[in-house]
Write a protein that binds this ligand. Sequence first.
Ligand SMILES: NC(=O)c1ccc[n+]([C@@H]2O[C@H](COP(=O)([O-])OP(=O)(O)OC[C@H]3O[C@@H](n4cnc5c(N)ncnc54)[C@H](O)[C@@H]3O)[C@@H](O)[C@H]2O)c1
Length: 353
Amino acid sequence: MTTLDLNQHHILITGGAGFIGSWLIRTLLARYPQARITNLDALTYAGNLANLDDVASNPHYTFVHGDITDANLVNELMKQTDVCVNVAAQTHVDRSISGPGIFTETNTMGTQVLLEAARTAHNDAGITKYVQVSTDEVYGSIKTGEFTENSPIQPNSPYSASKAGGDLLVQSYHKTYGFNACITRCSNNYGPYQYPEKLIPLMIHKASNDESLPVYGDGLNVRDWIHVEDHVAGIIRTMEAGQPGETYNFGASHELANIDLVKQLLATLNKPESLITYVQDRPGHDRRYAIDSSKAKQQLGWQPQHTFKDGLQQTIAWYQQHPEWVAAIQQRCAQQQQQLEQGIHTAKAPAGV
Ligand SMILES: NC(=O)c1ccc[n+]([C@@H]2O[C@H](COP(=O)([O-])OP(=O)(O)OC[C@H]3O[C@@H](n4cnc5c(N)ncnc54)[C@H](O)[C@@H]3O)[C@@H](O)[C@H]2O)c1
């Protein structure tokens, strides 16, 4: 099996100011100090350069403020790129229900712009490798058993459908042009630096402030939780050793009903379960996600390292030790919301927090 030495490469990471992208950049710079990394990020409501404060002055790291749907900019960047990892996306399912258009634009059309630029770069020779960071949500819901990479994709939300659109384009570029691309599909991530609209940081924040914790429906929707460092390790193994045209699932086999997760979190924070409030279910809410990661384990030698108990404790401690990080995000969102209400924001404004 050929393995890329990423020290030799110029790597374009899109969406690097977000949760997973910032972990990926930090980890790559530590593991491959000679690699050259460019971060292309539109700095939407979820993009936060403070996530990368510790590497901002690294001479091997460059930030470019821009959009993956901007073909001219992407073509220029691709001229100096060998390896591209597309992490940029609109990612919040609730927002995709209230405003689906930007999801198709970013997650499907943006992927197409990147693929075309990557395929035609270097006088049509194409870049060395492209990795599409996707999600287990493209498989849809499963009652029993686990999805493998060969399972059909049956997305149910505008978010997962827009991600599935990106995945299909990646597959088509491999089949049609022989383009060297891989797809990663991971389960629900948690860890430090996650935007506080997502379940775990949202619940940590609310419980810490003795606010009520909203749980959708009967709370029995099941998710598999994986620490972001384990996901990033899987992305890096795919960059190094993923085979052309292959898809790899990454999950921690740690299934939890949402209500059990919230109760565990309350117990860790020493807060009462009376804070839990059941709210009307999300439309089209997938009941259970579960993926089989044995292909990544066997073919990439990947293994998740974090236990959920330790990972959750570490994550709670991080949020408690970084109130300024959460406060800065909330302040920025309040400003964006205010601008939106004043009608001076662009079409890419968030729907609200
Ligand atoms: N968070 C999870 O649990 C999870 C699980 C599996 C897969 N994924 C996938 O991982 C990727 C990253 O997820 P995340 O949780 O870090 O998301 P995030 O919302 O924290 O970050 C997304 C980043 O993309 C940037 N971005 C958005 N639109 C852009 C555009 N048009 N051009 C350039 N940059 C743009 C944002 O500014 C932000 O920095 C997504 O593709 C998501 O589908 C996430």
